[in-house]
Design a binder for this molecule. Structure first.
Ligand SMILES: Cc1ncc(COP(=O)(O)O)c(C=O)c1O
Length: 417
């Protein structure tokens, strides 16, 4: 008698706000045999992974490594290591994930000040500067792409603002890295973390992070190496002990350093996957990958509008890799999603908080930022909407999206001549 049936999930095309279908190259890498955590081949792979993610984050930061956790774990590691109890933290909120940063910062016992803008909009750098001038935070914690609203916060000026007032900047790029421009060093961002399951084309479960020299200084001040592995040479920093052992970036940095001071046991299979995600992006070229996301996102948006649907939020600040689209009047949103899943094997996303029941979120990211995925999704959505009696323009969406892809292909061919 079998204890349970074979593992055989249904075939799905994941076109929601993430997770998406992992690139088969990543899944193959994750089937690679294991080696010991201090095997020279493993430590060499850790070094390669650091170098690859420096390219992805566009940084020269030495401390560019993986936190073994989903993206939320990377956020916690950053914030619990940066925020000492009582530190003032400014959180500009433009969606659900800004609230998450605020919630985590409060659990770190930060003195949190929130500024909030309407969902569907982003902050003008001047608004952030006014708040920084008024509240003088030690840390500014902000999202780049907030998938809950599909908005992408411009960040180019935030780092310079932080430096003028001697604050550190933390950025959550879970949903945006690899599909929207991010320049860690040029934009003077101190700590940036991400996840694999969106534009990086992997499964969730590893959080790449980069830590700049100013943040390193603040974190190393709080170094308290665990008893049992500390040697007399491991001096304690003068700062307050980091309130989490697992997410203590000072100890995680020691583990990824030449010292290889043991912390957790590196999640080898996730490291193989994360390394492959970065290798795919770096092989393609970061600009090319961002361009691919831009074209797929535009094609999806044009197709949705050609069908007569209305997009949510400021178009100028839309994330390249996800579109929010209003559910048409008199259409049961959940019934449409259920039919897409059951009849076409396609998943699109629902929404949270004030947008629940009002918009769907449709992603075009990572391995699925492709022409066939966009066209299949538009064709299926159109059919399901017609069956649901929605008043839409039939036959328009696929040609509109195709026109965007054709224009991009022509431009690429001209540039190559
Ligand atoms: C912007 C953003 N931050 C954080 C997270 C949390 O990531 P995870 O579910 O991998 O912990 C998500 C997940 O969707 C996200 O979109």
């Amino acid at each position: 008698m079998q204890a349970a049936p074979d593992l055989n999930p249904p075939a799905r095309l994941l076109m929601g706000p993430g997770p998406i279908n992992a690139d088969p190259r990543v899944l193959r890498a994750m089937a690679t045999p294991l080696v010991g955590q201090f095997d020279p081949s493993m430590t060499a792979l850790m070094g390669e992974t650091m170098a690859l993610y420096r390219e992805v984050f566009r940084t020269a930061n030495r401390w560019t490594l993986l936190v073994d956790a989903t993206a939320r774990g990377g956020i916690e590691a950053a914030l619990v290591s940066m925020i000492e109890p009582g530190d003032r933290v400014l959180v500009p909120i433009f969606g659900r994930f800004g609230h998450l940063l605020s919630e985590i910062a409060r659990r770190c016992e930060g003195d949190v000040v929130e500024i909030e803008t309407e969902w569907g909009r982003v902050f003008d750098p001047g608004q952030v500067e006014d708040a920084v001038r008024k509240h003088r935070p030690k840390v500014i914690a902000i999202c780049q792409g907030d998938t809950s609203t599909t908005m992408c916060q411009p960040l180019a000026e935030i780092g310079a603002i932080a430096r003028r007032y001697d604050a550190l900047v933390y950025v959550d790029t879970t949903a945006s890295l690899g599909g929207n421009e991010l320049r860690t060093d040029d934009w003077q961002l101190d700590v940036v973390s991400a996840g694999l399951q969106k534009c990086l084309a992997g499964p969730s479960g590893s959080s790449p992070i980069t830590i700049g020299p100013r943040a390193e200084k603040a974190i190393v001040r709080r170094r308290h190496v665990e008893s049992g592995i500390a040697t007399p040479a491991d001096r304690r920093g003068p700062g307050a002990r980091i309130r989490s052992n697992y997410f203590d970036l000072a100890m995680i940095m020691d583990y990824w350093s030449e010292k290889r001071l043991n912390h957790h046991t590196e999640a080898t299979t996730m490291l193989y996957g994360a390394r492959e995600c970065a290798r795919i992006l770096v092989d393609e070229g970061m600009d090319a990958a961002i361009g691919r996301h831009r074209v797929a996102g535009e094609a999806m948006a044009e197709g949705l509008e050609a069908m007569g649907l209305r997009l949510f939020g400021e178009r100028a600040h839309k994330m390249a890799n996800v579109a929010g689209v209003f559910i048409p009047d008199n259409v049961a949103g959940e019934s449409v999603r259920a039919s897409l899943l059951a009849d076409f094997g396609i998943e699109i996303g629902t929404s949270f908080g004030p947008l629940a029941g009002k918009i769907w979120r449709i992603g075009t990211m990572g391995y699925n930022a492709r022409k066939d995925c966009v066209l299949t999704t538009l064709a299926a959505l159109e059919s399901v909407l017609l069956v649901h009696g929605a008043k839409i323009a039939a036959g328009q969406a696929v040609p509109a999206a195709l026109a965007v892809f054709r224009a991009a292909e022509d431009a690429k061919a001209r540039a190559a001549q």
